[in-house]
Design a protein around this ligand. Structure first.
Ligand SMILES: [Fe+2]
Length: 454
């Protein structure tokens, strides 16, 4: 609703630099997978006075305010746009014409047991970026965050981001975002148990919702019925990552689910490393390859649609060190392109097999979750391409039935244990040394269930 009535706008100097950099770099952008209407460069005025320093009690980065984080917020601009992230605009009290928060959602930039990141959108002229948080709806703590423009079309509005740190694990928190006079409703989320905890938990996995936000909405509802504490997404949320309208549809479909439960996504080839993908997501690390612990499981994700071919080796080295460093008994990886898949036309990805499978095998990974090939598949446990005992190898799962057109999956390969061509999602239940994974179709029928040991 805020995409209306805004013909002339004010932006800060850093955003102007970004706009110029974006314009300079788009000439080298590879052609998109399909056509999109280019947006004209907006008319801008520079009004530095709008970016006055926030009130002292709200200058939260590195401050002594409870739940403040040490790290400032950067806007990732990798891939097709520009290489270096830029610092987001500091908070100011300015409200625009449409300051009410929309698409409020949570994610993890850091430790899921002690931190959370909130992201929402407003019109481009609203700078006020507040979070109120506490153990009940009296809150008790107010934090300020940062904001930035989404892409180059001011009609796409402003993205707001606040991070909280130093939370108690395993605790339910109330929060609201926005500003005085434009607060969101009250929402809640629950921090993860402490790393290493054997407390049981439930998570969901799905992928490849591109082109069908209504299917994604059905999957969110299905996962919620199982009480998922977070969702893994195996990539390709949208058809073209640079098209903001598709992200609008994806996040709008999440209303009622994404305010309380994070979706942690791997980059898919259709995301294209485009700015809106990074701008609207809160992910750990550099948001392309990262890891986090939830209970006694170490989750790691890599990007198998790289912007720079050097990133293959860089990521392999990172994953080697990352897996060597964890002490958790469970190690699960998730990413986009499968190493093992009987689904055509895409089949197995040679780069994933070359750079990541040997590292994952040596690092003791038990489960590999991928997307890209639009079906559900599970392999027998494999090591070096051969079937082995479950505890000696990796079980490979393809979960890519989130709404994209289904692919031919009937190849009869020897390593395929289960193969179903239908829309679906997967629920994981971790109970200490037992992991039960169950795939469901959108009617709630069980497609596959199996149990793993670490
Ligand atoms: Fe894909």
């Amino acid at each position: 609703m805020w995409r209306s009535g805004l013909a002339r706008h004010t932006v800060d100097f850093k955003s102007l630099l970004f706009l110029l950099a974006f314009a300079a770099c788009t000439s080298s952008e590879p052609p998109p997978a399909d056509s999109a209407t280019p947006t004209a460069a907006p008319v801008v005025d520079i009004v530095l006075s709008e970016l006055a320093a926030p009130p002292a009690e709200l200058s939260t980065v590195g401050s002594s305010v409870p739940f403040a984080c040490d790290e400032p917020i950067y806007v990732a601009q990798t891939g097709w746009t520009v290489d270096a992230p830029v610092l987001a605009d500091p908070h100011a009290d300015t409200l625009g014409a449409v300051p009410a928060p929309s698409q409020v959602h949570v994610g993890w930039s850091g430790d899921p047991s002690t931190s959370m990141t909130m992201i929402w959108r407003t019109d481009s002229d609203t700078y006020a970026t507040h979070l109120q948080i506490g153990v009940d709806d009296a809150y008790g703590t107010t934090l300020a965050g940062s904001s930035f423009l989404l892409g180059t079309d001011l009609l796409d509005g402003r993205v707001h981001e606040v991070r909280v740190c130093g939370l108690q694990p395993g605790t339910t928190w109330h929060y609201r975002v926005g500003a005085e006079g434009a607060w969101s409703p009250d929402y809640t989320f629950t921090t993860a148990p402490p790393p290493g905890s054997t407390e049981p938990f439930v998570f969901g996995v799905a992928g490849d919702s591109r082109g069908s936000p209504t299917t994604w909405q059905s999957i969110l509802a299905g996962m919620a019925s199982h009480g998922v504490e977070f969702r893994l997404f195996t990539g390709d949320a949208v058809v073209m990552g640079s098209r903001v309208s598709e992200w609008d549809d994806w996040y709008d479909a999440g209303a009622g689910y994404i305010e309380s439960v994070p979706t942690i996504a791997a980059n898919g080839n259709h995301e294209g490393l485009a700015q809106p993908y990074f701008a609207l997501a809160a992910l750990p690390g550099n948001e392309e390859w990262f890891s986090f612990d939830y209970g006694n499981v170490h989750f790691a994700s890599w990007n198998d649609t790289v912007a720079n071919t050097n990133d293959w080796a860089t990521q392999a080295t990172w994953l080697t060190e990352d897996l060597a460093a964890t002490t958790q008994p469970w190690k699960i990886v998730f990413h986009h392109k499968p190493a093992y898949s009987g689904c055509r036309p895409n089949g197995e990805d040679a780069n994933v097999r070359t750079y990541f499978v040997p590292v994952a095998e040596a690092g003791g990974v038990q489960l590999d979750l991928a997307g890209h090939n639009h079906n559900y598949e599970r392999s027998v446990p494999l090591a070096g391409g051969l079937e082995v005992a479950q505890t000696d190898g990796i079980t490979y799962v393809v979960t890519a039935g989130g709404g994209a057109p289904l692919y031919d999956n009937n190849q009869g390969l020897s390593y395929t244990a289960v193969s179903v061509e239908t829309q679906h999602y997967v629920i994981g239940v971790v109970e200490g040394n037992r992991l039960t994974m169950t795939a469901y179709d959108l009617g709630g029928n069980v497609l596959d269930t199996y149990t793993l040991s670490p």
